[in-house]
Design a protein around this ligand. Structure first.
Ligand code: SF4
Length: 335
């Protein structure tokens, strides 16, 4: 990739964006980022493209080139409402597939095809078919962090926000007291602890969230008295038990906005604290740094390359997409 120059024109065009991220992007790094930010923002208009940035993208992507930010399902739903012809997914592969499922007429690009996910990689569509043979009559509740093939074999999807409601509703609809919940064993156990429905789990885990320990949380409390601990439900149950609040990335962001804690630690991927800190300069963020190596494959120069070359296109066979959309729609119908 060619190295772009930080010209006076680029500096002027991007000055407002730098003001926004100055708290989390060192001044010395901005001349490296700014030419890519400027080039992406100009090229995406020419391509009629939108950039979707997950909460775990780095701040120069999240705040400076994204048209929509959020979690994977919210991003895919927002993009589907636009008349953009092209979606650039600043996130991982299963997220691009979800965008394609909800926007089959649009071209969906991902800057790096290697941007995978330990959860999504833990299970295949064939695994789900075997589970259904082993537990006939039980509904399959599938976390959105899965491939299109896996969603296509499922009865209903769930997010980390609505998992409990989905589990209870689908058990009621099927007239059963047990559901199969895949692929995150920790999310499944955290949900099982909050409901009377029994949950059969799968041995999948997010490699970022499973690294946190309950001792780490106790250490944060000892080092920072009064700190508010927010944990993602992909963390092990003993970590969630130590937290003041457990919720999805969106729920954690809302918590900070609603409660304005003096000092907070977000037990999740580390870029999220940087992104939220930009919006809440009065809150002191203690930042554990567990990086997702898959998310970090997405870079500004990768996004620019994607738009320049219209690569790498993510496709989902039409029959798989149609079957994968049904459990998503079923989830969205659950209040
Ligand atoms: S943070 Fe975890 S769930 Fe999200 S993409 Fe990375 S490995 Fe997958």
């Amino acid at each position: 990739m060619e190295v772009l120059a930080y010209t006076p024109q680029v500096a002027a065009a991007t000055a407002g964006l730098y003001d926004k991220v100055a708290k989390v992007v060192p001044e010395i790094e901005w001349p490296v980022f700014a030419p890519y930010v400027d080039a992406i923002n100009r090229l995406k208009k020419q391509r009629n493209a939108v950039v979707l940035a997950h909460n775990y993208m780095t701040p120069e992507i999240f705040h400076c080139v994204a048209d929509f930010v959020g979690d994977s399902l919210a991003l895919a739903r927002e993009a589907a409402k636009t008349d953009a012809q092209v979606i650039v997914q600043a996130g991982v592969h299963f997220m691009a597939e979800t965008s394609k499922i909800l926007s089959p007429e649009k071209i969906v690009l991902i800057p790096d095809m290697r941007a995978g996910c330990s959860l999504a990689a833990s299970i295949t569509g064939a695994d789900v078919r075997l589970l259904k043979q082993k537990y006939p009559g039980l509904p399959v509740v599938t976390y959105v962090n899965t491939s299109a093939d896996v969603k296509a074999e499922s009865d209903v999807c769930c997010t980390s926000s609505n998992a409990k409601a989905v589990v209870e509703e689908i058990a009621r609809e099927f007239g059963v007291d047990t559901v199969i919940m895949i692929p995150d064993k920790y999310l499944a156990r955290n949900v099982a602890a909050k409901t009377g429905v029994k949950v059969i789990t799968w041995e999948g885990a997010c490699e970022v969230h499973e690294r946190f320990t309950a001792q780490e949380i106790r250490d944060y409390r000892a080092a920072h008295p009064g700190i508010v601990v927010l944990a993602h439900p992909e963390c092990p149950p003993d970590v969630v038990a130590e937290a003041d609040f457990a919720g999805s990335t969106a729920a954690m962001i809302n918590y900070v906005g609603d409660h304005k804690p003096q000092r907070v630690v977000m037990i999740t991927e580390c870029s999220m604290s940087d992104n939220v800190a930009v919006e809440h300069p009065d809150v002191d963020f203690v930042r554990p740094c567990n990086l997702c190596p898959h998310m970090k494959r997405i870079t500004l120069d990768g996004i620019l390359h994607s738009l320049q070359t219209m690569t790498f296109e993510v496709t989902v066979p039409a029959d798989v997409a149609a079957r994968a959309k049904k459990p998503i729609d079923r989830m969205l119908a659950i209040k």
